[in-house]
Write a protein that binds this ligand. Sequence first.
Ligand code: GL7
Length: 811
Amino acid sequence: MDTNAMKNWDDRGTTAEAIRAGMIDKLVYSVGKDPEHATLQDWSTALGLVVRDHVVDHWFRASHRSHEEKKKRVYYLSMEFLIGRLFNDAIANLQIEPAVQEALSTYGLELRDLLDQESDAALGNGGLGRLAACFLDSMSRLEIPAFGYGIRYEHGLFRQRFHDGWQIEEAEDWLVSGHVWEFERLEARYTIKFGGHISFDGQGNTKWHAEETVFAMAYDTPITGWQGKHVNTLRLWSSRPTEILDLRRFNSGDYLNAAEKMIRAETISRVLYPDDTTPEGKELRLKQEYFFTSASLQDLIRRYLTEHDDIRHLPDFVSIQMNDTHPAIAVAELMRLLTDEHRLSFVDAFDIVQKTLSYTNHTLLPEALERWHVGLFRKVLPRHMQIIEWIDFHHLAEVQSRNLAVSLEDVRIIGHGSEVRMGNLAFIGSKKVNGVSALHTELMKQTVFAEFHRLYPDRIVNETNGITPRRWLYECNPPLRKLLMETIGTDWIANLEKIDAAAAFATDASFKEKFAAAKHANKIRLAGVIEKKLGLRVDPTALFDVQIKRIHEYKRQFLNILETIALYQAIRRSPANDWTPRVKIFGGKAAPGYHVAKQIIKLANDVAKIVNSDPVVGDRLKVAFLPNYNVSLAEVIIPAADLSEQISTAGMEASGTGNMKLALNGALTIGTLDGANVEIGERVGPENIYIFGLTSEDVAEIRVKGYDSRATIEGDPVLSDVLRAIAEGDFSPDDPSRYHDLTDILYNSDYFLVTADFQSYFQRQRDVDHGFRDTSRWTERAILNTANVGWFSSDRTIRGYAADIWNVPSV
Ligand code: GL7
């Protein structure tokens, strides 16, 4: 291919004039509309195509470079990529916003309106999926040749609506209004097999006679790094039937059954599992995992073989990261490809596997370390079951030969003869296994992987999570971005540690005033969104207290609601006191089958209804639960937050990343010593964070010794009063017993220790009230949060992966 030819067609330029002309061209010849009849959606598509062209120029150059230089590539395998909208991200990274604005003004169009036309690609549940998206951004920023591999779900995470305060789930359809950022790759298609049986011919040939086959077809989305210097690819797989219509059935009039196989094949990439902790819908889920893992491994081996001849050198040029246990089948699938297809011995193949793959653990919750029933596993993946038996047997023999005092049962892949443990498979098949915060990694060593850690003391490493400063400050917070650029320049955008230069201005009167003004502008914007979505007016000078994340008992939104009620009761008792006005802002989805989480949402909405309409309380307290929390909404809420709620039961939140985004945007944290809160606290200093509650050691001890929540409740008049009000139906007059299940949990089985932490949380919140009243000091502390959390850039995280795990250079 003549790459010089490319230089000529990349001369469109990014001037306002070029963009203006390009837009008309795209509008007419690609969208097929004339300007008089074009809708906002049409204009948005036209501009999207213009911007995309520039991305593509950079993309091709990067791909050619990687290919020519035969660079080592990183492959990030993830069931989830919560990328959100891409339009603004591309404009920001290419730094063409002024030219775009100018071009649009000639047509009387507002950039904001066009950006709002884009649907939010919600191909993930929460933190794990968003982390994968931040990592793609950072790998591009650091010019690491990389591919993200995942599933092109036709329907991403469900849309959340409230009906009478209850969560209602609706199918999400991000592809309906067209998605300009992806390219269909008809040629990149692989066959994926399921079921059937295996035959051996006695000459060393193994054949898998599958019962069902589907195609995996690739869709590529370019991921632009800062200033477009490097662009990587997110390749998502869509499932397609290998046989189309059953014409015989169709002709006999049996239309529905004629399409049965097609529908079944397409089901695999139909929906994202809306549950972020427990693997449900077992067989389909297993098929999804194998589907995208197999397609990705086939694809990367094909690419490898276009550049190298000897498959045995794979680990020198390929590093594969398994994001959680979801792609852990990669261990067995890579073995299968290397032995059955590329004819290596099992021993040689396993050596390559262990040098190529690595695994990230994202949670200690035991239900998230996937386990499959041996029967189901053998039915869906018969060859992989054999390979896993081989690995398990040889691993066990090796462990036994080392004569160490480890529990053999704990390090088996096939547990109790009946379950395949994907966490153990991933561990054994990996070069490195990493946790996502210092505390989490330490706890991994002590709990879930304790025996493995004794066997392989060098395998577990820590890579504390991070967030991309491009999306999570530069793009989402224009007022603060502008102030920082005027004051400390632009270095922080690509090197977030440099944001520490802002610390010198924490006590500078003029900077403080501008910092507070930026926050205020963001709060006005959020107040507008709250009013539009909920019909609720909130005072932008009040403390904006934010808890945004999946709804889960361990994240303890319940604790926050109890504190809200306690505050409400206190205000009602003494309305004349000098209260610090607060707006409690919630956002988050509950897994559809998670009954308690859905009740927590309903309770928050019920409390909001009573509190918001109580004239005695007025603006002193408001509660706003914004529906359908997603990346785009986060981009509006985070810049406007004063207080960040990170209140999980200590030891249960592996890291958290919302905590980093909020701190970076100048919110102070109220939180437990859990996950990355610990490291945030170390960096911002104890005076700039509100820590409360039990530590992970306390929690572990209580779990052993037992805990009497009833005694705690009875000894705490504030908490007793709150629970009495809930139980008597003060917030659910239409159904007074609605929350008996919830209150019973606290009295009888308070596993998440809500009651145990209530008092210290309530006290810390009063410290927050007090702190916020000193506006000037609060602003200083907010500035110090922004200035001191530069370390939590995902660029730093990816540098860590590159050096400790992948062994690839980064710029
Ligand atoms: C999670 C953790 O719960 C969260 O603390 C962490 O920040 C995130 C990314 O590492 O991974 N693990 C998990 O299963 N989900 C998460 O968000 C869904």
